[in-house]
Design a protein around this ligand. Sequence first.
Ligand SMILES: Cc1cc2nc3c(=O)[nH]c(=O)nc-3n(C[C@H](O)[C@H](O)[C@H](O)COP(=O)(O)OP(=O)(O)OC[C@H]3O[C@@H](n4cnc5c(N)ncnc54)[C@H](O)[C@@H]3O)c2cc1C
Length: 380
Amino acid sequence: MRVAIFGGGYAGVNVARRLERSLSSDDELLVVDESGTHVVRHLLHRAIRRPEGLGDLTLTLDDLFDRATVREARVTDLDAETGVATLADGETIEYDVGAVCIGSEPAFYGLDGVAEHAITLHRPGDPQAVRTSFLDALADGGRTVIGGGGLTGVQVAGELAALAAERGGADRLDLRLLEQADAVPPGYDDRLQSAVQDALAGTGVTVETGVTITGASADRIQVAGGDPVEYDCLVWTGGIAGASALGDERPDVRATLRLGDRTFALGDAVRVIDADGRVVPATAQAATGQASVAAANLSTLLEHRRSGGGDFEPRLDRYRHDDAGWTISVGDEAVAKVGPKVLTGAAAAGVKTLVGAEYLSRIGAAREALKHVGDAIAEE
Ligand SMILES: Cc1cc2nc3c(=O)[nH]c(=O)nc-3n(C[C@H](O)[C@H](O)[C@H](O)COP(=O)(O)OP(=O)(O)OC[C@H]3O[C@@H](n4cnc5c(N)ncnc54)[C@H](O)[C@@H]3O)c2cc1C
């Protein structure tokens, strides 16, 4: 029988690696990814300041698997009930059971001109584009604006401020982080927010909250109820939207991660509601946690189908989100939340080091990559 995993990010790689250990050797395990690589996306902001580390954040999928077959192709449509995926060239792939792990796209909320004029931080080429545009602006004494003060926006701000300092340009830095909510990063507890704001305070980043961006032209941003803001470099980190193969939506899935009769879905691609009824944040940490539930449920469903199905639905595992904590880098500083504690300084940086190294070794990334990431990606 054929098990198909669509997408080779945090969710897809971790599901496939688990299935490699548990599937019968007669079953085919297929991973379909449009890039053929696993991007260590949660460290992408680090490559703005350390472009030499980018190669180590882009791992060839074939190297991560022992028996899964990797197919480099873009899925354009998927029928979760009948188990048929359509690829960009029109070919279809039929599967017995499958998992949708195709991640998300940057969200622009239909804001006029933002997609056209802003740089996002989503794909491997993006850190270099941000770096070039920022350094050009810095050289001319220009202004950089980051739209969106979530995890990504804060971490990008920290990297850009540190890059300016390394270039001796701290006194020329005009870097504004604009956020619609009343604190950054929005949605996190007060102590974490104030620790992040303290970390940003010494860097020269100007944080402006309660600012709603409504559009952008080539050199200015429109904001609700205020004067336009001129800019030279504009980075958009305003959130995520569903992938086009899922109709630009992030469909809801409940705790079993079941999207359809033959299909599960996890990671950023969907909005997961866990066993306690909570909406799970779209993070790498959550995607890898969901992978073990998805792998177990794929095996259960496969056995159910192999035995002819029958009237009863198989009993499926349920995902319960365990917020193991947070680490947010702000340049060379870090803020970590571990259980009820908020850590800053060296203690937080130590947590960041463990997170990066532990993740890479868990997915089987080469020792060499780990070494370089350790060097180039500093305290992650
Ligand atoms: C700068 C930045 C910093 C972040 N920091 C953190 C952090 O500190 N901690 C944290 O937990 N999270 C962080 N995140 C969020 C985290 O990276 C995402 O939540 C995570 O990548 C989601 O994993 P995923 O497997 O669902 O999707 P992805 O990692 O995006 O993987 C999706 C995969 O699907 C493939 N794909 C997409 N579309 C198709 C298609 N149509 N057909 C075939 N293949 C397709 C892609 O090539 C990709 O390999 C950060 C994100 C960014 C951008």
